[in-house]
Write a protein that binds this ligand. Structure first.
Ligand SMILES: Cc1ncc(COP(=O)(O)O)c(C=O)c1O
Length: 415
């Protein structure tokens, strides 16, 4: 694995000053929005109270701030504020959704999910299947990463209690048809959980219109703080806690709430609700610039996974012909990209997502993820594309050709 560049430096490119390396890993984490940072700092300054203290105004003020934040989060997904349960992040929210629903209901219990889900879905399901007498069906996906809706329908049994399907995949950005899945579940009175961690920043999600019973989200994927997330739980849904020891959040998730982090998540959601469609358009435009450059300069040598099916605009999963992505990344020290999800990179495992899509080990090794976000500029997108093209050509054609082609790319950039 290449060692990360620690030094930052500036260059001028296409008339703009770029700071290198360029952060292009928005699926792993997003930068904190300055307005979020300010809201959190104000909160720390003025609110020493425990939001669960009932006997003085400090506690009341903190509580009101938390309720305001719940309102913003609920507003983003068309929920009600009291349906928002704060967690430490989406890993916990996903665990709470699966284990909490399984433990609240009696046997026989059957849960359906998908092979390409995040590990924070797949591992709790493995646990439930191994130790809690729960039948789990994990659906396959096609070569485009999509589940077959008919296969889902035919997998449903009388004892099916829950279907969990993510809205957008963290490695490929591919979006499942959660409206169709929600409808199928609602018609059969089955709970539907969706992990919207990667979708929520740019896609419209409506828990009522899309028949969603439970929804996970994470602060640090929404330009909010790390260490905070939430689970939407539709009212009157039976759910057991993961922890015991307090009555906070109706005992569904006990523990003192971190006021500033909750406020930050609320503010991040408020900003997204206001800017989602302009953010979406901005990312779509940058994506088109990158894909246009790559596909016209590297004809037949690059594949953009998921390009032909619905996807979030910010995630580009790129596979290169005859190339190990690690070798390519060695040549790209100025681009902070990732060879998979942050979690699978840590485990050093090949991507289970690309494998489920039928990609060979060689194709998986030839893939990396480039993630653009709200703060990515057009010059950064153009620079990234040019760097990738130059590096690929250098590695495949040798240094001499690369120098000539490098100049060609330089020329293209200005035009
Ligand atoms: C789709 C998806 N679900 C869940 C998570 C876990 O989120 P958190 O970092 O908040 O625990 C991630 C993180 O990468 C993710 O991409």
């Amino acid at each position: 694995m290449r060692s990360p560049t620690t030094e930052h430096r500036q260059i001028t490119f296409a008339g703009e000053i770029l700071t290198l390396p360029i952060y292009l890993d928005y699926q792993a984490s997003t930068p904190l929005d300055p307005q979020v940072e300010k809201a959190m700092a104000d909160c720390q300054k003025y609110l020493p109270g425990n939001p669960h203290s009932n006997t003085h105004s400090f506690g009341h003020k903190a509580r009101r701030k938390i309720e305001e934040a719940q309102g913003h989060i609920a507003g983003l997904i068309n929920a009600q504020p009291h349906e928002i349960i704060f967690t430490s992040g989406a890993t916990e929210a996903n665990n709470l959704a699966l284990l909490g629903i399984a433990n609240a209901l009696s046997s026989p219990r059957h849960i359906i999910s998908v092979r390409t889900e995040h590990e924070s879905i797949l591992q709790p399901l493995e646990y439930l299947a191994a130790y809690e007498d729960i039948d789990v069906t994990v659906l396959s996906v096609d070569k485009n990463g999509l589940i077959d809706i008919d296969a889902l329908t035919s997998t449903i049994r009388p004892e099916t209690i829950l279907v969990s399907v993510m809205a957008a995949n963290n490695e490929t950005g591919i979006c499942q048809d959660i409206s169709a899945i929600g409808r199928i579940c609602a018609e059969r009175d089955i709970l539907f959980h969706t992990d919207t961690v990667q979708a929520l920043a740019t896609e419209k999600i409506d828990v009522i219109a899309q028949d969603i019973s439970l929804l996970s989200l994470s602060g640090h994927k929404l330009y909010g703080p790390m260490g905070i997330g939430a689970l939407y739980v539709r009212e009157r849904t039976d759910i057991a806690p993961l922890f015991y020891g307090g009555a906070q959040q109706r005992s569904i998730r006990p523990g003192t709430l971190p006021t500033a982090a909750c406020v930050g998540l609320g503010e991040a959601c408020r900003i997204i609700a206001e800017n989602r469609s302009s953010d979406h358009n901005h990312l779509q435009r940058l994506r088109s610039i990158i894909t246009h450059h790559l596909t016209t300069e590297l004809v037949n040598a690059v594949e953009i996974n998921g390009e032909e099916v619905p996807h979030i605009p910010g995630c580009l999963s790129l596979s290169f012909a005859d190339m190990d992505a690690e070798n390519l990344l060695y040549e790209l020290p100025d681009l902070a990209v990732s060879t998979g999800s942050a979690c699978s990179t840590m485990a050093g495992e090949p991507s289970h997502v690309l494998k489920a899509m039928g990609r060979s080990a060689v194709e998986t090794a030839a893939t990396f993820r480039l993630g653009i976000g709200r703060t990515t500029t057009e010059a950064e997108a153009r620079y990234a594309a040019a760097q990738i093209i130059t590096a690929y050509r250098r590695l495949t054609a040798g240094n001499e050709t690369a120098e000539i082609l490098g100049k060609t790319i330089q020329h293209n950039r200005v035009s």
